[in-house]
Design a protein around this ligand. Structure first.
Ligand SMILES: [Zn+2]
Length: 419
């Protein structure tokens, strides 16, 4: 089936838009991108979908989610039954698709098992690029320590493997790959929410353990991403072959140089820090030290991102999740990351390039998705208005009128406007 989409084309590469453009799709592929006036004759009579005064973009890619965790906390997420976890993941992906996301990178959850369901056609969701279970050290960010016993923390099918030593690291990586994982996620520092984490110059995992994860990932043709906030944990990860830094609160010039030299990505996840700050400021029950840690991290995070941005580090885009449903923030608000990136000084075009092209590189699918080009898969969205004039229109899912994935229309609310 051939479809002709007309409107302002923003192709994801970062160049000037085509104001009166068109994208032609045939079955699951894009076959033409250019001026509407230059449309090849053979497509002229095909079904047309007009964005009217709106814009045509590549399908969005979310580079940091934990499907099923939104609205959970560190104790109830380890208690989910697999059925509950999968049901929540499907709900999350329905939200994400409604916002225009046609692919997600899952940074640790059981939803790696949904990939096979997708392949079999049992479910219809965005593309999934998944880590499987995270690798954490005992007492690390993936260990619900100080809340449950170590035995319970190790046994439960929680979000993380608690591993010690090179052999256990290798085994956990291989189990993940066996289960269909696409990359490896480790945690080389604690986090804002892990109670009892020592702030400051910490690093989790030894160099040998990090190197073992990197070797296993590279043997599998992929890479390691690390949850890394404190400088020492970021530095050690980068020095030992980690390719993608998540959060990155305390980047210094040395880390930034290494990231550029090693062609690494940074996924800052501004939304989770923003909502945490708002929550911690307004909730009187938050421990004073946690409130102070959040504020300190928040400020360091923006300084760090600004340095990386100015230095030309490749920056992807993902919201992470928020672990308190009182904030009302599940993945139906993933698109708030557009506003946060704008507040951090990124131009609308830079933001669009991050959430499309750069994120397609991060999910290792840059040959298939991420930009509007003939030959790529037809993951395309039609948006009301011009996000180059006001990027905040992307924060309202009602402005995402039509979503195509693999050339199939998976969302279409244009008729609601006419009716
Ligand atoms: Zn995360």
């Amino acid at each position: 089936m051939i479809r002709v989409l007309t409107g302002r084309v923003i192709d994801g590469n970062g160049g000037s838009p085509i104001e009166k453009g068109c994208v032609v799709t045939e079955d699951e592929r894009i076959v033409f991108v250019g001026e509407e006036a230059a449309i090849p004759a053979e497509y002229a009579g095909a079904e047309r979908i007009s964005a009217e005064n709106g814009s045509i973009l590549p399908g969005l890619i979310e580079a940091h989610v934990h499907l099923s965790w939104a609205g959970a906390n560190s104790i109830n997420w380890i208690n989910f039954t697999p059925q509950m976890e999968m049901a929540r993941a499907l709900r999350d992906m329905a939200y994400l698709r409604n916002e225009g996301y046609t692919a997600v990178r899952d940074m640790g959850s059981g939803c790696v098992f949904l990939k096979e369901c997708l392949r079999e056609g049992l479910i219809d969701t965005p593309r999934i690029f998944a880590a499987g279970r995270i690798l954490s050290q005992i007492g690390g960010h993936g260990d619900a320590y100080q809340k449950i016993t170590l035995e319970a923390s190790e046994k439960v099918y929680g979000p993380a493997f608690l591993v010690t030593g090179v052999d256990e690291v290798r085994k956990a990586c291989r189990i993940n790959f066996r289960n269909g994982a696409d990359f490896v996620k480790i945690m080389t520092t604690g986090g804002v929410f892990s109670q009892g984490d020592r702030a400051g110059e910490i690093c989790h995992f030894s160099r040998d353990e990090i190197r073992a994860a990197v070797e296993e990932a590279e043997n599998h043709g992929t890479y390691v991403a690390s949850h890394a906030q404190a400088n020492k944990g970021i530095r050690t990860a980068l020095e030992n072959g980690v390719k993608c830094i998540e959060h990155g609160f305390y980047l210094d010039d040395y880390c930034i140089d290494l990231m550029i030299k090693n062609d690494c990505w940074l996924v800052p996840t501004l939304s989770i820090m923003h909502t945490s700050k708002v929550y911690n400021e307004s909730n009187p029950n938050v421990l004073p030290e946690l409130r102070e840690k959040t504020l300190r991290s928040y400020e360091a995070h923006y300084r760090s991102l600004d340095k990386a941005h100015k230095a030309g580090v490749k920056i992807g885009m993902g919201c992470d999740f928020v672990n308190d449903s009182a904030l009302g923030c599940t993945y139906d608000k993933a698109n708030m990351e557009f506003e946060r990136m704008s507040a951090a000084g990124f131009s609308p075009m830079e933001i669009i390039r991050s959430v499309t092209k750069t994120n397609s590189e991060i999910i290792l699918m840059q040959d298939r998705v991420g930009t509007l080009e003939a030959g790529k898969l037809a993951d395309v969205i039609l948006v009301e208005g011009n996000p180059l004039d006001d990027i905040k229109i992307m924060c309202d899912a009602d402005n995402v009128k039509t979503v195509l994935q693999d050339g199939r229309i998976v969302k279409d609310i244009r008729s609601e406007k006419r009716a």
